[in-house]
Write a protein of this length. Structure first.
Length: 135
């Protein structure tokens, strides 16, 4: 039985040719794997509002949210997620490790050096394919 998908949003934040990835804390599900910052959409929120809130809570930054880069549905053993990844830029603040183990800025060529959450795999493939074609 497929449970209904949990709506999750994440941010693809570029700084020149690098984008930001965050390492999940060891005690959480999929601990120490890398991901795009974000989280669950709460009732009554738009996806954009959820992303702005999550980035304030987790990184202490304020985002400008842009277009959707892509969305994927992924079934984990414990939940099914519908993940929407938005292009975003930091309007103010410097990313702080409030919830994550680590934060890195990496190029597309460095993707394979990091172990990402399974839900991100399709996104990473597409990033490699669209390399150098940022909007």
């Amino acid at each position: 039985m497929m449970q209904p998908a949990t709506e999750v949003v994440a941010a693809l934040i570029w700084n020149q040719d690098k984008f930001m990835i965050c390492q999940r804390p060891a005690h959480k599900a999929r601990g120490m794997l890398w991901e795009f910052v974000g989280g669950k959409v709460e009732p009554g929120e738009t996806r954009e509002q959820a992303l702005i809130r999550e980035c304030q809570e987790e990184l202490s930054i304020t985002l400008d949210v842009g277009e959707v880069f892509m969305d994927v549905v992924h079934e984990y053993p414990d939940l099914t997620v519908h993940l929407t990844l938005f292009h975003a830029t930091i309007r103010e603040g410097v990313p702080q490790k409030l919830e994550h183990n680590d934060i890195r800025w990496i190029t597309v060529d460095e993707i394979d050096q990091f172990a990402f959450c399974p839900a991100d795999e399709e996104i990473l493939i597409r990033l490699k394919q669209s390399k150098g074609r940022k909007n």
